[in-house]
Design a protein around this ligand. Structure first.
Ligand code: AMP
Ligand code: MN
Ligand code: MN
Ligand code: MN
Length: 276
């Protein structure tokens, strides 16, 4: 059978629009045969996703996208194929979850200073039992006509350097990679070209990432072009990293990105699933 992998996507356990079971149904309908649900800093969606995957006859690989800090910059690390019950990992994640909660309060306070009130209550309600992310704030700002679009919300309020941006110390990179390794998982650098970094800095980062036990890099993400695939492949080769593929799907409303709709991994790159 022809396998279709999608190893990066989000459910309502973080900033995705679909409940985990619904997300898995959509992935199956789009032809995905192996899916990793990778919510921001939580594994809370994995049980429902697993059950749904069994019903759909597709494979669910345990996943997560961990917010980490390295040299005061934020990097997203996708963890794959780990034991979700690992104590070390879950303890670490509860730390980041508390940081997220505190950050949400601070973002809301900053919005209040701009005469935008009620954000904390609104995002808490919208996130439910899931993680509160900046997407929730963007949706609140859009619904209340403070901005013209989600992008506009980031550009006017939420992005780095904007009035409601809160600088955050996430999990230390080396520490987070330690949790993943301890839980028997693989660490993948998510969307390597989305950090606004020079080549020199990416290489410094990857050196550190490798030294801390990182094994893989996303070579194919949703919406990438051949030039970007080529650039990420070069990093994979230079640092002997396995290549991963993931759409980073969040919502059916974004018609540019779809589950399983990904360019093939270049033949020269060893696929990360060889490690599973
Ligand atoms: P957080 O982890 O809470 O800071 O939220 C980050 C999430 O916001 C990312 O995973 C993206 O889904 C989304 N995001 C970040 N920047 C933008 C942007 N400029 N436009 C739209 N979504 C964004
Ligand atoms: Mn997100
Ligand atoms: Mn990310
Ligand atoms: Mn993501």
């Amino acid at each position: 059978m022809h396998e279709i992998y999608d190893l990066h996507c989000h459910s309502s356990a973080s900033d995705g629009a679909l409940a985990p079971a619904e997300l898995v149904r959509r992935a199956a309908a789009k032809g995905v045969t192996s899916l990793a649900l990778t919510d921001h800093d939580t594994t809370a969606g994995l049980d429902d996703a697993k059950l749904s995957a069994e019903q759909q006859g597709i494979k669910l690989i345990p996943g997560i996208e961990i917010s980490t800090t390295w040299e005061n910059k934020c990097f997203h690390i996708v963890g794959l194929n780990f034991d979700p019950d690992n104590q070390n990992l879950q303890q670490g994640l509860s730390g980041i979850q508390a940081i997220r909660q505190e950050r949400a309060k601070k973002i809301a306070e900053k919005l209040s200073k701009k005469k935008i009130h009620g954000a904390y209550e609104a995002v808490t309600e919208a996130a439910g039992t899931g993680m509160i992310t900046r997407i929730h704030f963007a949706e609140f700002l859009l619904q209340n006509n403070h901005v013209a679009s989600i992008q506009d919300a980031f550009d006017k309020y939420l992005a780095q350097g904007k009035p409601a941006y809160v600088s955050t110390q996430w999990a230390d990179l080396d520490t987070a990679l330690g949790w993943l390794n301890d839980a028997g998982g693989v660490a993948v650098l998510a969307h390597p070209l989305r950090y606004n970094m020079t080549n020199t800095w990416i290489k410094r980062f990857l050196t550190s990432f490798k030294n801390s036990g990182g094994q893989s890099i996303e070579v194919v993400t949703g919406n990438t072009n051949t030039d970007e695939i080529h650039r990420s492949s070069k990093y994979a080769q230079q640092f002997s990293l396995y290549g991963s593929v993931g759409s980073d799907f969040h919502s059916p409303a974004n018609t540019w990105v779809e589950l399983g709709k990904l360019a093939p991994l270049p033949k020269s790159i060893r696929p990360v699933w060889e490690l599973f």
